[in-house]
Ligand binder design. Structure first.
Ligand SMILES: O=C(O)[C@H](O)[C@@H](O)[C@H](O)[C@H](O)COP(=O)(O)O
Length: 238
């Protein structure tokens, strides 16, 4: 694993830096392998990056979009991560509809939809039993409780090691989420973190010793590159 930690002046600087890194990776990977697989973070932090991605001239037919987690709501609900990314970005570029792979939330049963998405990913990546796909990039955020994706503290999702997709729980509400092993298989994981309210979580995530079940982002140790992009407020104690 190669780890990169950058504290940037503000949110706009994070947008510009992450845009540069992502566009460069997309162009290089598509040139080398003809495809780029990217999983999006939800929440509010990445939205300006998604808006900036919508302005880029990229080989959209070679880019496949996934989500690292999804609230268990319909895709037209305000809390939907899929809805945010489509409005900010995907509806504004000529990416084929078949290149967009949202987490299903329509079965009325989160576990059934998790199984369905697991099967979709296994088919897309043509996986054999027990294999995990290596996504080219996974974008992630951090909650002020040090959760990432929908891997929340002291939840069963943190222990799942034999699946790609599982059901996370936030305050008793189900969410679909990438598992720790799926995230850690990635070529590149990029955390985008802003705001002073994340300082304590970051301190625990970067501490030499701390309990990963209490601070779940500590479980994220990808095979490839690990990028942490902070604004000064979030990265003040680094
Ligand atoms: O579905 C979600 O909400 C995200 O995937 C979640 O993990 C998010 O990245 C963090 O909670 C940070 O959220 P903010 O960017 O809004 O601070």
């Amino acid at each position: 694993m190669q780890k990169f930690v950058e504290v940037l002046p503000d949110r706009q600087a994070i947008v510009e830096r992450s845009l540069f890194l992502l566009v460069e990776k997309i162009q290089r990977t598509v040139a080398e392998r003809g495809q780029f697989t990217l999983a999006l973070a939800g929440g509010s932090t990445p939205k300006p990056l998604y808006e900036a991605m919508a302005t880029q001239e990229l080989p959209w037919d070679k880019i496949h979009i996934f989500w690292g987690d999804e609230r268990y709501v319909a895709p037209d609900e305000p809390e939907s991560n899929q809805r945010m990314a489509r409005l900010a970005w995907l509806d504004r570029v000529p990416i084929p509809a078949s290149n967009i792979h949202p987490m299903p939330t329509g079965a009325g049963d989160a576990a059934a939809d998790a199984d369905r998405h697991e099967a979709e990913l296994r088919a897309f990546f043509q996986l054999g039993a027990g294999e995990f796909p290596r996504l080219d990039a996974i974008l992630l955020g951090i909650g002020d409780d040090a959760h990432t994706a929908s891997l929340f503290p002291q939840t069963a999702a943190l222990q799942v090691r034999d699946r790609l997709i599982t059901v996370g729980q936030k305050d008793g509400q189900p969410r679909l989420t990438f598992t720790v092993p799926l995230i850690n298989q990635a070529e590149c994981v990029m955390f985008l973190v802003t705001g002073a309210n994340k300082q304590d979580a970051i301190a625990q995530i970067f501490a030499p010793e701390a309990d990963a079940f209490t601070y779940p982002a500590r479980f994220i140790q990808p095979q490839g590159e690990l990028w942490w992009l902070f604004d000064e407020a979030a990265g003040a104690n680094l």
